[in-house]
Design a protein around this ligand. Structure first.
Ligand code: UD1
Length: 420
């Protein structure tokens, strides 16, 4: 197992190239299963989660070419409908995204209940509800989701989500594109990754309107065709490097990043005393003055993203004054709190709210990475902690950040990776 050793106290300056979005790429890889013609995706990030999804696609008989230079072509002409293997599924929750495409194309699907980051119960009931609204019969059979379409295939329907779910909206869209008739998805998740899935499916010949809004309309088509689609940049990766610039009092240009996907994050950074502005190539983040404590509430997009909550907690831990961070999306997403406390952060937890009282400085310590975003918050804290911070169990980081240590080192951070 590898660990990162970080020498704190070095200001970051330079340019970071932002990769394609992991959470946009994952559903689009699964969408390959919908078609018997190839799909080429460009700007695909090189990440452990992406490799897991590609392995899963190969398990289904999809022929995968690449990834080479961030481009991958998947041909599902000879795909077979099998049960998703538990050893891949347990690694990553996003494997549940194969349910919709398999059911739409083959009329049935069996997938183990997914694993992934341990950030709360993370049920799949909304995915199941969406499929049922299209006529499927779904049962849970010893930890396996078993879904069957009616005779003649899925039929269009009306899906009303009680709360916007990114994954369930994507399941609904992918199941509906080959269903007979029209599907209306209400209270859909509006995230840019959902919008990008809509654009990819449209390139494949699907008839979709409103992806990225509350109401998505899908008119089922007979079959999909060959397509090529470029994945949007990763707003969470961009937000993470924005925090890296801010926490070190540095100056970073994030090439490829889009400010319009980060409006709540940009507003939070500005309120905290950080400058952020668009450039020709992406955006610039800079801090010269003191950091100010601010209050944040995580919410479905376009609200402040839960995937940047841990990183902002690291930032607030050295701000002037107190900050309140409320987590409303996942109930158990404060695993980084005891680890940040080991570095000297002063955080009090009250249910779903964390109160962070800014301290003068953090001090290095060995810490343990627990989930993807929690891990990166420890790296960010390590960038400013006095002394040598050791972040253990970095495999979580490699699930979601391409070359994190190399990108930071290029901008002046002192980090080495070693075998634990
Ligand atoms: C996606 C992202 C993840 C991000 C999350 C919220 C991917 C691969 N992952 O996860 O990084 O943190 O959005 O922005 O895109 N829920 C249910 N029943 C369900 C599904 C979800 O109750 O069937 C609940 C969840 O427990 C959570 C909320 O809905 O409280 C939002 O979750 P959801 O948007 O579905 O997250 P994911 O798609 O799993």
């Amino acid at each position: 197992m590898e660990r990162l050793v970080i020498q704190g106290g070095h200001r970051l300056e330079g340019t970071v190239q932002i990769c394609g979005a992991k959470n946009a790429a994952l559903p689009q890889l699964a969408a390959t299963l919908l078609s018997d013609e190839p799909l080429t995706l460009t700007n695909v990030p090189d990440l452990a989660d992406i490799r897991s999804m590609l392995t899963l696609m190969e398990h289904y008989g999809v022929v995968v070419k690449g990834p080479a230079h961030a481009t991958v072509t998947l041909d599902a002409a000879g795909a077979r409908n099998l049960e998703a293997p538990y050893d891949v599924v347990r690694r990553m929750r996003a494997t549940v995204l194969v349910l919709g495409p398999l059911l739409a194309r083959f009329g049935s699907a069996r997938v183990s209940q997914p694993g992934g980051c341990a950030i709360g119960a993370r049920p799949v009931d909304l995915h199941v509800k969406a499929l049922q609204a299209l006529g499927a019969t779904v049962s849970l059979d010893g930890g396996t989701i078993d879904a069957r379409a009616p005779e003649g295939g899925l039929v269009g329907g009306r899906i009303v989500f009680p709360t916007p779910s990114v994954g369930a909206t994507e399941t609904a869209m992918m199941a509906a594109v080959l269903a007979r008739g029209e599907t209306e998805i209400l209270n859909a998740a509006r995230d840019p990754e959902v919008c990008d899935l809509g654009a990819c499916l449209a390139a494949m010949g699907a008839q979709i309107e409103g992806a990225g809004t509350h109401r998505v309309l899908v008119r089922g088509v007979e079959r999909l065709r060959r397509a090529r689609h470029e994945i949007i940049p990763d707003r969470i990766e961009a937000g993470t490097y924005a925090v890296a610039a801010a926490i070190t009092g540095g100056h970073l240009e994030l090439t490829g990043a889009r400010l319009e996907h980060l409006s709540a994050v940009g507003a939070a950074l500005e309120a905290a005393g950080v400058q952020i502005w668009p450039t020709d190539r992406g955006l610039m983040v800079s801090r010269t003055g003191r950091l100010k404590g601010i209050d944040i509430t995580t919410e479905p997009y376009p609200g402040f993203p839960t995937d940047l909550q841990a990183q902002f907690m690291a930032l607030m831990s050295i701000a002037d004054g107190a900050s309140m961070i409320r987590e409303t999306v996942f109930e158990n997403r404060f695993m980084h709190v005891p680890e940040l406390a080991r570095l000297g952060a002063n955080v009090t937890l009250q249910g779903t709210t964390a109160v962070v009282r800014g301290v003068e400085r953090l001090k290095a310590a060995p810490v343990m990475a627990t989930d993807l975003r929690a891990s990166v918050s420890l790296v960010l804290a390590g960038l400013v902690a006095e002394g040598e911070t050791v972040v253990n169990r970095v495999y979580h980081l490699d699930r979601g950040y391409e070359a994190l240590d190399r990108k930071l080192v290029r901008c002046g951070a002192r980090i080495r990776r070693e075998d634990a």
